[in-house]
Design a protein around this ligand. Structure first.
Ligand code: HPA
Length: 289
């Protein structure tokens, strides 16, 4: 008999737990396109390539490495996912959210989801970091369609068929991120992230439509992960790097090279931000345990 999805998640989590030598961080960080430097800031890193974890999907995108780096960030235990898989690569919604499920099964209680995004709002500049205040799901699907699996409710009140999304992106975590940015000498805007399936970038007409809908950022990830994280009762902080102005808002055509290049310019700042942030999140989780 074939394993259920839940069983595959449990097997992957058990395998990863074994590889992490009993270290079970409560904070996870998922790194988006070109934002890998954060992984290098992890102290005493234990590295596990995705290929060595049973059932774990492999990224096919350039700039997405595909490994787990566990250790301490500024003293706080963290597990970093360097590279994610996307729907446009041909993965199913269940595969796209498999790593997030494994993190939940590991005991993670807060996740920082980072991504590269096109900037839609007036006044965004290339290279700016923006906190997600909310999202708009334009993927055309929801990863929770199908039978509900209540065993994914790893904390009290989670794992429900229907659940609230009014604070998908934790206000408390956003406040900590603003504090951390302030200590680093910069400020963070807050925006609304709209997710498309990709892989083509948007047309200028789509960007105008998305602006009308209330989006200030557009990208091809994060939203499915946020949905399953919230299903599991995991707190979410979303951070977009505005790697480019969205289509039609600048004269230059968009390219993956531009996205990667801007990511490279910002990844040190992101690493500094997340290093400040990790112990604050750890203290927050301690206080809300
Ligand atoms: N659109 C969609 N996804 C993106 C973009 C964009 O302009 N930039 C980086 N990821």
């Amino acid at each position: 008999m074939s394993m259920t999805y839940y069983d595959r998640v449990a097997e992957a989590a058990a395998s990863l737990k074994g590889r992490l030598c009993g270290v079970t961080p409560q904070i996870a960080i998922v790194l988006g396109s070109g934002l890998g430097a954060v992984a290098a800031a992890v102290e005493q890193p234990l590295i596990v390539p995705y290929g060595e974890i049973p059932h774990f999907p492999q990224s096919t995108v350039e700039g997405h490495t595909g490994r787990i780096v566990a250790g301490r960030l500024n003293g706080a235990p963290v597990v970093v996912l360097q590279g994610r898989v996307h729907f446009y690569e041909g993965y199913t919604p269940e595969q796209v959210t498999f790593p997030m499920r494994v993190l939940g099964a590991l005991g993670v209680r807060a996740v920082v989801l980072t991504n590269a995004a096109g900037g839609i709002a007036e006044g965004y500049r290339q290279g700016q970091l923006v906190l997600l205040a909310d999202h708009i799901n334009q993927m055309g699907w929801n990863p929770l369609c199908g039978p509900n699996e209540p065993r994914f409710g790893f904390c009290k009140g989670a794992g429900l068929r229907f659940f609230d999304m009014t604070e998908a992106y934790s206000k408390a975590l956003r406040a900590l991120a603003h504090d951390a940015a302030g200590e680093e000498g910069f400020s963070l805007a807050e925006g609304i992230y709209l997710a498309t399936p990709g892989p083509s970038f948007e047309t200028p007409a789509e960007v105008r439509a998305f602006r009308t809908l209330g989006a200030t950022l557009v990208g091809m990830s994060t939203v499915p992960e946020t949905i399953v994280a919230r299903h599991m009762g995991v707190e979410v902080l979303g951070i977009s790097c505005v790697t480019n102005l969205a289509a039609g808002l600048s004269a230059a055509p968009l390219s993956h090279e531009e996205v990667s290049e801007t990511g490279r310019q910002v990844e040190r700042q992101l690493a500094a931000l997340l290093s400040r942030l990790a112990p604050k999140i750890a203290a927050h989780l301690e206080a809300t345990a």
